[in-house]
Design a protein around this ligand. Structure first.
Ligand SMILES: CC(C)(COP(=O)(O)OP(=O)(O)OC[C@H]1O[C@@H](n2cnc3c(N)ncnc32)[C@H](O)[C@@H]1OP(=O)(O)O)[C@@H](O)C(=O)NCCC(=O)NCCS
Length: 328
């Protein structure tokens, strides 16, 4: 029987997740809750839990709405399949039939796997073949690839050219102080409006501070930022949701960005180098950068491909749906 997430017991759901997915994707009940029902675009109507006669959860699907109400840009009629977690393919197919019908009835025309606000996945991870097979059977179309890259900072060697840049008197890379928060917020709105502004503001609020964001200053102007996370964070986002799988003293970096008028002068290299050196000095070990295509750039700084994601999406107006869909 299907029930909604009002009935969710997150300890039991996290257990199913951890049993169904490879160890590197292990999550806690708190992270599952934070990135599902506590997300402002969690879709209470389309997300579903399959339970047995004793009300024991067997599998579940997390659906999120478009982020269009949070910031300008996303397509309002596009939904996100944030996660499909269950041990049996037949159960997954039944849950997805419910999800597809529900979304189609409410005017969604497209479902994207992952890439949601407070996402778990940038696409289907290449090492979860059962999920890839399910999405393909369900008619989802595959797009290009995204990557997570990773390196152990204990062996990190900073790039010489970037070190040189960091020595220039007018260039500075350092954690953003509380008094610099208004400058950071204006910089984000001007340079990276949309998701990155929303994500960083939510993160700064949740962590009650901003010292985990490295700023790049050229003279007195903020010209770049790099968000970092580690195991002490209360509100892990993006790659940090799977931080535990990286071992003790893990950390993440990203998003990272440099002002448009400043790109191509070696300052992106300097910013990345400054942030990585800061994390290495703080004793951090495995560092993950999630959801990127810039593998050559990060490769130059010692990162190696750690995960590959295949984006998948489904046009709902092009699929035939069964009319006798289960209700709850
Ligand atoms: C990526 C970014 C931070 C690089 O900053 P930058 O100041 O332009 O970079 P630099 O001048 O230090 O260039 C460093 C090197 O990276 C390369 N590079 C820069 N942007 C690149 C891109 N988008 N794709 C591939 N390589 C890139 C440069 O060619 C240069 O290589 P070289 O040393 O062999 O000449 C900047 O382009 C940016 O903010 N982009 C938009 C946000 C973004 O994509 N962030 C990364 C998300 S994962």
């Amino acid at each position: 029987m299907f029930v909604g997430f009002h009935h969710a017991r997150f300890d039991a759901l996290a257990q199913i997740w951890n049993d169904c997915l490879p160890d590197g994707y292990a999550i806690s009940p708190d992270i599952l809750k934070a990135n599902s029902v506590d997300c402002p675009v969690f879709d209470w109507g389309a997300s579903v839990i399959d339970i047995d006669d004793d009300a024991k959860p067997l599998g579940f699907v997390v659906v999120k709405r478009s982020a269009a109400k949070l910031y300008h840009g996303p397509d309002p009629d596009q939904a996100h399949l944030s996660a499909v977690v269950c041990p049996k393919p037949k159960m997954a197919v039944e849950m997805l039939a419910f999800v597809k019908q529900n979304l189609k009835d409410r005017g969604s025309y497209k479902i994207v796997f992952g890439q949601d606000i407070r996402h778990f996945f940038a696409g289907c991870p290449s090492d979860v073949a059962s999920l890839r097979d399910l999405l393909m059977i369900e008619g989802f179309e595959q797009g290009g690839k995204y990557y997570d890259v990773q390196q152990d900072l204990s062996a990190y060697k900073p790039d010489e050219k970037a070190l040189h840049k960091l020595k220039e008197p007018e260039v500075q890379v350092k954690p953003i102080g509380h008094d610099q928060l208004p400058q950071f917020e204006s910089f984000m709105k001007a340079e990276f409006p949309g998701r990155w502004t929303y994500d960083t503001a939510a993160k700064v609020k949740a962590e009650s501070g901003c010292s985990f964001v490295y700023g790049l200053w050229v003279k007195k102007d903020m010209k770049g930022f790099a968000l970092t996370q580690d195991e002490k964070h209360k509100f892990p986002i993006s790659g940090a949701v799977f931080g535990k799988g990286l071992g003790a003293k893990w950390c993440t970096l990203g998003p990272i960005g440099v002002a448009k008028d400043t790109r191509g002068q070696g300052l992106g290299d300097a910013l990345l180098t400054g942030a990585l050196m800061g994390m290495k000095r703080a004793g951090k070990r495995n560092c993950l950068i999630d959801w990127t295509v810039l593998t050559d750039w990060y490769g130059k700084h010692g990162f190696k491909i750690y995960r590959t994601y295949m984006p998948f999406s489904l046009k709902l107006d092009e699929v035939e749906l069964e009319s006798d869909v289960l209700e709850f």
